[in-house]
Design a protein around this ligand. Sequence first.
Ligand code: NAI
Length: 283
Amino acid sequence: KDLSGRTAFITGGASGIGFGIAEALLARGVKVMIADLRDDHLAEARERLGHHPDVLTLAVDVIDRDAMHDAAQRMLDLFGGCDILVNNAGVGANPSVDAVTYADWEWVLSVNLWGPINGVMEFLPLMLRRGEGHIVTTSSMAGLLPTADNYIYAASKYAVRGMSDSLRLSLAPRGIGVSVLYPGLTRSRILESEENRHPRFRTGAGSTPPSGGPVAPPKDSGMDPRDVGEAVVEGIIHNRGYIISHSEFHDELSEHFESILAASPAPQEIDPGRLMLENARRA
Ligand code: NAI
């Protein structure tokens, strides 16, 4: 599939993984709207892309439904629609079970779950009207594998997986592809997430500094976001439901899903004679 001339809207596109996705799409000739909460990140992104003619930037908080509605309208006005929606903006907080507050839950779920919901609600109608499009949502290895002290983030990342797996089935007959990205450690600013916490989610916040694991990469370690971006482009081209950029979780994934299978009762041999008898009784 040739992506050249297509259009994409990427939330949290001014930094880290979102920026890597923007770079990879631009390299395929896609026109990109980078949306981000932070004006400073947006300015830096424009600079890093050498003020690329195919890039527009927009200050948007994914929690803000009106702003997301206006952003979709902007895509319609400027590009006649949106071919690729990338729900990528996300934040990490992993407070201890002793310190957690409602504010922590509300903040992380607002950005990481309601952000993608708002994206789907505002951009999917444009795609349905045209009978084509692709939605990518950034989950995490933490949306596939359990890690301790990561329950809020995991709730949000498992949730977008469930949403997307179902939408994928609903939207396939309508010509719309759905993918989820599950990155492991990637170089980004996710450790600075607290800076992006809206004041209304600060009261009583019990967030403690992240303590490691897939959601808390040291700033200078992890995969180059551009490589994650390339995996996403491949995933869109081949309409893959699951985009897994990192290879090092293969064994853990296998173990985890084996443990789920092991909990499932083995299928019972059904005696054809008994089945006939039961059916006859029911009739
Ligand atoms: P990042 O912090 O470098 O980039 C996230 C961008 O989203 C930032 O530019 C930030 O300003 C923006 N943002 C934050 N809140 C926002 C809001 N309410 N509305 C709009 N924009 C907002 O972090 P990173 O790591 O690139 O994160 C991107 C996604 O990747 C997130 O969903 C994260 O959970 C996920 N992820 C990251 C991993 C990593 O190792 N870096 C691993 C697995 C998943």
